[in-house]
Design a protein around this ligand. Structure first.
Ligand SMILES: [Mg+2]
Length: 245
């Protein structure tokens, strides 16, 4: 292992955004809960079964927005028309609900701002100082704006986000395609790339893509589940891996 806590033959690091680079996983979770609880309350009345943290981890976290809506609704036996990406937030469609959640998310970000994990930024600097290449691989369509807001765009050689994936018709996590595209753009074999993810869907993508090393970042006490979904190691924070300047 290197002083970055990675196998010697790793040449590139592929980072998820929300929950790994920025403290936005909790903001996403809160926006999803607000949206789904309002939807379920309207549909089922006051006796509705609320959206839970376990629902977020299993069905929503890490997935592209519309997939998150569809997967959670399916878990409750609910099916809505897909609609289209331009559906208004009021539309009773998969994309409408997704856009409703995004409005709530952006409102929260506008109010509270975005905070990075300083330890991740330090780790990124250490990785790059040792000549490894870096990519950001996020399902978020807001990835670029979020990176700009924390002045971290330059820390990544490649960005594969929700906008890029949609433009190329690539399936999002848990499919490995976005991570594989990032490795390809960096000119690195998947076996020589490490994946850094906090979502179970991200672990699945790392395993499916046969990446050289999968680091589960456990911000919420789900280490066992991260291992079960394919993590090679689990840390609570990237500072545990090393990379001290
Ligand atoms: Mg994440």
């Amino acid at each position: 292992m290197t002083d970055l806590g990675l196998p010697e033959d790793i040449e590139a690091c592929l980072f998820d955004l929300d929950g790994v680079v920025t403290r936005t996983a909790v903001v996403h979770a809160a926006a999803w809960k607000e949206m789904f609880d309002a939807f379920l309350r309207e549909r089922d009345g006051e006796g509705f079964a609320p959206f839970t943290a376990a629902d977020y981890d299993a069905y929503v976290d890490g997935r592209p927005r519309a997939d998150g809506v569809r997967t959670f609704l399916a878990s409750r036996g609910i099916e809505l028309p897909a609609g289209g990406p331009d559906d208004p937030p009021a539309a009773a469609t998969v994309h409408g609900l997704g856009n409703r959640k995004n409005e709530l998310l952006l409102a929260r970000i506008r109010t509270d701002g975005v905070e990075p994990y300083d330890s991740t930024l330090a780790y990124l600097h250490a990785v790059r100082a040792r000549g490894l290449r870096t990519a950001i691989v996020s399902s978020s369509a807001n990835c670029r704006d979020v990176l700009r807001s924390i002045d971290a765009e330059d820390l990544f050689d490649v960005r594969i986000d929700g906008v890029v994936a949609a433009g190329r018709g690539m399936p999002g996590k848990p499919a490995p395609d976005t991570f594989l595209a990032a490795a390809a753009e960096l000119g690195v074999e998947p076996a020589r790339a490490a994946v850094f993810e906090d979502a179970l869907a991200g672990m699945d993508a790392g395993r499916a893509g046969k990446f050289g090393y999968v680091v589960g970042v456990d911000r919420v006490g789900q280490a066992e589940a991260l291992y079960a979904h394919g993590a090679d190691t689990v840390v609570a924070d990237l500072s545990e891996l090393g990379g001290d300047a």
